[in-house]
Design a protein around this ligand. Structure first.
Ligand SMILES: [Mg+2]
Length: 278
């Protein structure tokens, strides 16, 4: 593994789906010029996603990144074993990575989901009770990808067909009684506790500031679950805004262009603004 660059002056946190990656093709190809410019500027890119670690590692490797990554919506941070200042409370994940647990553990989440179903009598189906075929069917992922999506630590996605607003409120209440949260509501809801992308970003800011107290931070995202991360950034950027912007953070910049094309133009603009001469 290459040596980590010293004292990065600019660190870029980025969401993946519909931000660095195209929503439909999952390609980052349109962001290639800005990715190359970040490498030249020694500006680390930190991948921050709702995806699992196992789903994120191939991209981290393909992009030749040497920075930590944040999985499962901030449930945990993974540090490459090659870095010298691994936080003390990390555990060894495998031969290549250390892991910092932030969210509620998966076993507890899976058990809580069963309890919530029993208590509310609302039909729920969690990832932990699905086989790979079922996950593949519901997500459109291949069987191999579904296998990686099931390797979870801190976030239990579930479906709840035909859920009324009242039922949704009952679910949230039952989760809150256990110190847990329910977010989402598109194709999947998510049961999790004690973590979000912002908390993970805040920890990583401290980590990078130990290397360079003057380091500045950018964050790019496209969804509500990115807002806590955007709030941590000196340069928060919303990608694919479609004219409607979140109210916070106040200094939010926006690109109307979605996905990697928007990522590319915004990051090139940012590097120029920060004096990297691209
Ligand atoms: Mg996204």
């Amino acid at each position: 593994m290459p040596e980590r660059p010293h004292k990065p002056a600019l660190v870029i946190f980025t969401d993946l789906d519909a931000t660095l990656l195209d929503e439909n093709t999952y390609s980052y190809k349109d962001a290639a010029p800005a990715l190359a410019a970040c490498k030249k500027a020694v500006a680390p890119i930190v991948l921050v996603s709702s995806k699992t670690f196992a789903e994120m590692v191939p991209l981290h490797s393909e992009l030749s990144l040497i920075s930590p990554l944040v999985a499962e919506n901030g449930g945990g941070i993974f540090f490459p074993a090659g870095v010298t200042d691994i936080p003390k409370n990390c555990v060894r994940h495998d031969s290549s990575w250390f892991r910092l647990d932030l969210g509620t553990g998966y076993k507890r989440l899976a058990k809580a989901l069963c309890e919530i179903q029993g208590e509310t009598d609302i039909a729920l189906e969690g990832f932990s009770s699905m086989d790979e075929q079922r996950v593949s069917l519901l997500t459109g992922l291949s069987l191999a990808q579904a296998k990686l999506a099931k390797l979870r630590y801190w976030d239990e996605p579930f479906v709840a067909p035909a859920l009324s607003p009242q039922d949704r409120a009952r679910l949230k209440k039952a989760a809150a009684a256990r110190g847990l949260n329910i977010t989402g509501g598109g194709r999947f809801f998510h049961l999790h506790g004690g973590s979000d992308k912002g908390r993970a970003a805040a920890l990583l800011k401290s980590w990078y500031r130990r290397q360079n107290p003057d380091a500045r931070f950018a964050a790019l995202g496209d969804s509500d679950n990115d807002i806590p991360m955007l709030e941590q950034a000196d340069f928060p950027i919303f990608v694919g805004s479609k004219g409607k912007l979140p109210e916070s953070p106040a200094n939010l910049a926006a690109s109307a262009i979605p996905g990697p094309k928007g990522w590319n133009s915004e990051v090139l603009r940012l590097l120029k603004k920060c004096g990297f001469g691209v």
